[in-house]
Design a protein around this ligand. Structure first.
Ligand code: NAP
Length: 338
């Protein structure tokens, strides 16, 4: 393993300079089964050593728990890290298992104060709207987010799971640094409209779940059989039952290409999404999630892999054949509004 730091890129035309690969921190306290916190802290430290600077969390990950967990790391390295967090998934007091999407001004103001307090910082570097509440005009939501920039509580703005139209309307109110949406060999719907709009506006793409939530690595083949009962992926249609078996069969070319590069399937999946920066001519900063330092090293290694035209062509048909939706409830995504 080399200790060479990864290259940097600008997060959109007007955003900060960041390592070309970020780190998704959600699984460190939420969604993906039991976590060893010492191991997760070691993963954060290793990532920073290797030049990973964009760290992704959200207030909804464990109802604030993920932000609290990350706070000591962020405070110890405040000038080296770019902290990204999100608002919009409100948890009703009477039912902590539910999430209600809220984009209204009072809610955003309450959410930002909560995140700042839990993170223990003066300002959030990149503040995302996590999900779109279609009952609130996007101009109003971004208007409130822009006020937070003027007040010094937030430095850059981002949007997650938006349509191209919503991105354009938002960007007209205040520059948007990044759109975060699912983008991987298994999830390519944003390429139709969102990616061209982002390129035109100079907005960066931050692909979430670039490893298909771990499925593309071969780490699990069937969520029902391989993952713990509280693992969120057991609710995702493409990872269970017959869909999982059909989807696992799609990974064959990934393994063939990995062998040719003396690399892992995870590295090829990440190299593919990273290479979209060249294919689509825009800034792409994937945020693979891991709680293990050894996997941080492996994933960062993907930044040194370039796939050939022939390899890209072999991987091209995969997404079109995936069985099952990304989420059980697609109302929580931009799909259907496109
Ligand atoms: N905006 C949104 O709505 C949204 C939605 C989902 C996620 N996100 C963000 O995106 C980040 C990344 O997405 P994600 O965590 O859902 O999915 P992901 O990055 O596609 O995959 C993460 C899973 O892959 C495993 N993994 C990571 N590297 C591996 C490797 N080299 N070999 C084998 N397994 C590996 C991880 O397990 P270990 O942890 O055990 O290594 C974890 O289970 C999240 O952390 C979160 O910050 C945002």
């Amino acid at each position: 393993m080399t200790d060479t730091r990864i290259p940097t890129a600008r997060l959109g035309a007007q955003g900060p300079e960041v390592g070309v690969q970020g780190l998704g921190c959600m699984g460190m306290s939420f969604g993906y089964g039991p976590t060893d916190t010492d191991q997760a802290r070691a993963a954060l430290d290793r990532a920073l050593e290797l030049g990973v600077t964009l760290y992704d969390t959200a207030d909804a990950y464990g109802a604030g728990e993920n932000e609290r967990f990350l706070a000591p790391f962020f405070r110890a390295h405040r000038d080296e890290v770019v902290i990204a967090t999100k608002f919009a998934l409100s948890i009703p007091k009477d039912d902590p298992t539910r999430r209600i999407i809220r984009n209204d001004s009072p809610y955003i103001r309450e959410a930002v104060e909560g995140s700042l307090q839990r993170l223990g910082v003066e300002a959030i570097d990149l503040y995302y709207m996590h999900r779109r509440d279609v009952n609130v005009p996007i101009e109003e939501t971004v208007g409130t987010m822009a006020e937070l920039v003027r007040e010094g509580k937030v430095k850059y703005l981002g949007l997650s799971e938006v349509t191209a139209e919503e991105l354009r309307a938002a960007h007209a109110v205040h520059p948007i640094a990044a759109v975060q949406s699912e983008w991987s060999l298994f999830s390519r719907d944003i390429e139709a409209h969102v990616v061209p709009a982002a390129r035109e506006l100079g907005v960066a793409l931050v692909p979430y779940s670039p490893l298909g939530r771990g499925f593309l690595t071969g780490a699990f083949a069937n969520a029902d059989k391989d993952l713990s009962s509280d693992d969120f992926r057991r609710q995702q249609p493409r990872f269970t039952g017959d869909n999982a078996a059909a989807n696992a069969a799609l990974l064959k070319p990934l393994h063939t290409i990995a062998a040719a590069h003396d690399a892992s399937a995870a590295q090829i999946a990440l190299a593919w999404v990273q290479q979209r920066a060249t294919v689509d001519s825009l800034s792409v900063i994937p945020i693979p999630g891991t709680r293990k330092a050894s996997r941080v090293e492996e994933n960062v290694g993907a930044t040194r892999i370039t796939l050939t035209e022939d390899e890209l062509a072999q991987l091209e048909p995969i997404a079109g054949k995936v069985a099952g939706e990304r989420y059980a409830d697609m109302a929580f995504t931009s799909a259907g509004r496109e």
